[in-house]
Write a protein that binds this ligand. Structure first.
Ligand SMILES: [Zn+2]
Length: 241
């Protein structure tokens, strides 16, 4: 065999080795967005999959926007098709407990069980466990962060909220979201709020017009090198605890 052919074969062998195994039909990744070079923002949707998740996914797809969904185990169980679609279309999914108790008022055993059963429910549907935890109400303390560490997950909070659950008004949700949008921001929204899903085409268009790339939380935290149990963004007063 000539030297040239054998080195070509060696390259081919490397390519085959590096090709990802298609364990689950995940969206083909385009060139990743580099949030150090461009303005990034992560929209996050809690408590779902909500009943309007299908419409929301259509909107995200149409505008080439990615999002992060912090899911409740109980709804993963009742609406698994949405979870499959989220993953297939390149969004990130995270754990948001099974039934949404306040972790800061829960026994350690309850917290572990809420996280564990949700991980299991998600794995049953998409074949892998999520790597991000957002505790219900975004409430965390040292115990919550320690338990997140046991599950090898950082705790992801948000930089600002859309107040959508409170206003339930399309114009107010749009106005609030635009007011709190900032580079590398993580915004809290809910896909069970119909008005949020209704407002989303206009919100995405306005954000993209302002130069934002709508990315997943993974893209935002990439360069922060978070460890299991870390809380991000660090809430005010956290170090005092
Ligand atoms: Zn929630």
């Amino acid at each position: 065999m000539s030297r040239q052919i054998s080195s070509l074969l060696a390259i081919a062998a490397v390519c085959v080795t590096l090709a990802p195994t298609p364990a689950f039909a995940q969206a083909p990744k385009k060139a990743p967005v580099d949030c150090e070079q461009v303005k990034c923002l992560a929209l996050t949707f809690d408590d779902g999959p909500g009943k309007y998740a299908g419409t929301l996914l259509d909107t995200l797809k149409k505008h080439d926007a990615k999002a992060t969904f912090f899911l409740e185990g109980q709804y993963v169980k009742s609406r698994p098709a949405f979870v499959k679609r989220m993953v297939a279309e390149g969004h990130t999914i995270g754990n948001h407990s099974y039934k949404h108790p306040d972790f800061t008022k829960s026994e350690p055993g309850t917290i572990r069980n809420e996280i564990k059963t949700t991980q299991a429910e998600i794995k049953k549907v998409v074949g892998f466990e999520p790597k991000l935890l957002r505790p219900p109400y975004g409430l965390a303390d040292l115990q919550v962060s320690e338990i997140a560490g046991e599950f090898d997950m950082p705790v992801i909070l948000w930089t600002a909220g859309s107040q959508d659950w409170n206003s339930k008004n399309v114009e107010a949700i749009k106005k609030q979201t635009m007011a709190v949008a900032q580079q590398d921001g993580i915004i809290l929204m809910h896909d069970w709020v119909k008005q949020t899903v209704d407002a989303m085409p206009a919100i995405i268009k306005s954000l993209q017009k302002k130069g934002y790339h709508l990315v997943t939380v993974d893209d935002i935290i990439k360069r922060h090198n978070l460890q299991a149990g870390d809380v991000f963004p660090v809430p005010a007063g956290w170090s005092a605890q």
